[in-house]
Ligand binder design. Structure first.
Ligand code: FES
Ligand code: FE2
Length: 357
């Protein structure tokens, strides 16, 4: 799988990790068990007992430790076995891998790369449902498709005009216009001004005339953070197409955070939240938006899973990019570069390891 490893992947919604209830998830093909101790501290370990490979996610929490419920090996938070029932000696190699894990912006994040490179400053600045400025709903769905296809979908909103006619009510303005795309250190920024707000979800919360600005950052490994709002007619021209001050929006200011996590090579999990700014909506609007989001994301899934099936039937799949693919190309080039660098560093470490041995 060609995904960046030295980055934080979303493993789930924080509220779904109840104290002393281990949950299993596979990320980048690696089975991981995550649990919240009675002290609220999260731990993430390889979900595979060293004894006979039973999943530790079927285990039992005992204070800060986790017991494999097949034959009872007990693990501490570092992944070390601390007890083998009926055996005094615990071999020093009796341990599973521990992953850095943390809770932020209502998500639980797991660092999949080198522990030495782990940096919590790299967690994307998502907006959690505990943020006092927004009234957010949230959800998730599983895909029988590669995560990179979902990333590509989120990097090119020209599909809104065709995939989401019935949910977002998007017109062809999305497909016919080209957004401003700006490379960022860890992703890309995509900005658009749209003249037609009559046929959009903006209408649900803002009835007056105006135009609409949308902006999202798509950040490694696959996190979309999007906001925008309605502005007086002529604003985009007055600003020369630049970004407006969202505090001056007439209405329809919302925020959505979305994350794509590769589970295995051909399966993925998609997490999303959406809702209005407190000055531009309420819980009823949030619920309406989430209803639309569920419908829209099901439309995406139908298309992307079907696309995956066609790709799987194609002997040597090749694509033909259009000018709408600029953000996809930039982001995928960034991923490819980081993967190359990580692979080179791993190969170097291996050579040095062999040399030292
Ligand atoms: S498989 Fe875990 S204790 Fe035997
Ligand atoms: Fe979509």
């Amino acid at each position: 799988m060609n995904y960046v490893r030295n980055t934080w992947y979303v493993a789930g919604w924080a509220q779904d990790f109840a104290p002393s209830k281990p949950l299993g998830i596979t990320i980048l093909g690696e089975p991981i068990v995550i649990w919240r101790g009675a002290d609220n501290v999260l731990t993430a370990l390889e979900d595979r007992c060293v004894h006979r490979l039973a999943p530790l996610s079927l285990g039992r929490c005992e204070g800060a430790r986790l017991r494999c419920m097949y034959h009872g090996l007990l693990y501490d938070r570092t992944g070390a076995v601390t007890e083998i029932p009926g055996q005094d000696l615990v071999p020093p190699h009796a341990r599973v891998r521990a992953y850095p894990v943390c809770e932020r912006h209502s998500w639980v994040w797991v660092w999949m790369g080198e522990a030495a490179a782990c940096d919590s400053a790299l967690i994307p600045p998502a907006v959690g449902y505990d943020d006092p400025n927004y009234i957010l709903g949230h959800g998730q769905m599983d895909y029988a498709a590669e995560a990179r296809l979902i990333n590509d979908n989120l990097l090119d909103f020209s599909h809104l005009s065709y995939v989401h006619i019935n949910s977002f009510g998007a017109t062809e303005e999305w497909a016919r216009g080209r957004p401003k795309v700006t490379p960022l250190e860890h992703g890309v920024r995509v900005e658009r001004w749209l003249k037609d707000i009559a046929h959009s979800t903006t209408r649900i919360s803002y009835a007056g005339p105006g135009e609409r600005y949308t902006r999202y950052d798509f950040l490694l490994p696959g996190v979309l953070l999007m906001t925008g709002g309605a502005f007086p007619e002529g604003t985009s021209e007055r600003l020369g197409g630049a970004a407006p001050d969202l505090d001056l929006a007439l209405g329809a200011v919302t925020f959505t955070s979305q994350a794509v996590t590769p589970l295995t090579h051909k399966t993925s999990r998609y997490f999303f939240s959406w809702g209005p700014h407190i000055r531009h909506g309420d819980a009823t609007l949030r619920d309406t938006l989430m209803e639309i989001a569920h419908k829209a994301f099901a439309e995406d899934r139908t298309m992307i899973e079907a696309q995956q099936r066609v790709i799987d039937m194609t002997p040597a799949p090749r694509i033909m990019p259009t000018s709408a693919d600029r953000a996809i190309t930039l982001f995928n080039q960034m991923v490819a570069k980081r993967v190359r660098e990580e692979n080179a560093a791993l190969a170097q470490a291996r050579i040095q390891g062999v040399g030292a041995g």
